[in-house]
Design a protein around this ligand. Structure first.
Ligand SMILES: O=C(O)C[C@H]1C=CC(=O)O1
Length: 96
C-alpha cells in the first residue's frame, strides 16, 4: 500500500546542538535504510520549511505506523498520513 506522509519537525529550542545533531544523524541513517529497502519510496523537502513530503510503500497501515514511531525524530514531529491508490491516468506500472 502507498501512503503520502507529511512530516514537520519541531526540535525544542533548548535542545543542545550536539544532541540534535546526533538524533538527525540517526534519522538520516534510518531513512536511508528504509529507502534502500524500497519502503520509503520518495522524500522531498518542502521549500522554506523543516518539513518533508514522502511516499511510503508498505504492506499495510500497521507497518507504516510502526516505521513512523521508530523515527528518531518522531517525538519532535507533526505527521499527517493519507492513503493513496492508483490514478486511472497513471502511465507507471509501479503505482500500486
Ligand atoms: O529532515 C526531515 O525532513 C526529517 C527527517 C526525515 C528524513 C530525515 O532524514 O529527516
Amino acid at each position: 500500500m502507498l501512503f503520502k506522509v507529511e512530516m514537520t519537525v519541531n526540535i525544542p529550542l533548548d535542545m543542545p546542538v550536539e544532541t540534535a545533531a546526533e538524533i538527525k544523524a540517526k534519522e538520516k541513517a534510518y531513512s536511508q535504510q528504509l529507502q534502500n529497502e524500497g519502503k520509503w519510496r520518495h522524500i522531498w523537502r518542502v521549500a522554506g520549511l523543516y518539513s518533508n513530503v514522502s511516499i511510503f510503500d508498505v504492506k499495510d497501515a500497521e507497518e507504516l505506523h510502526n516505521l513512523l514511531l521508530a523515527l528518531p525524530l518522531y517525538p519532535y514531529m507533526n505527521i499527517k498520513v493519507d492513503a493513496l491508490c492508483r490514478h486511472p491516468s497513471s502511465i507507471r506500472d509501479d503505482d500500486k
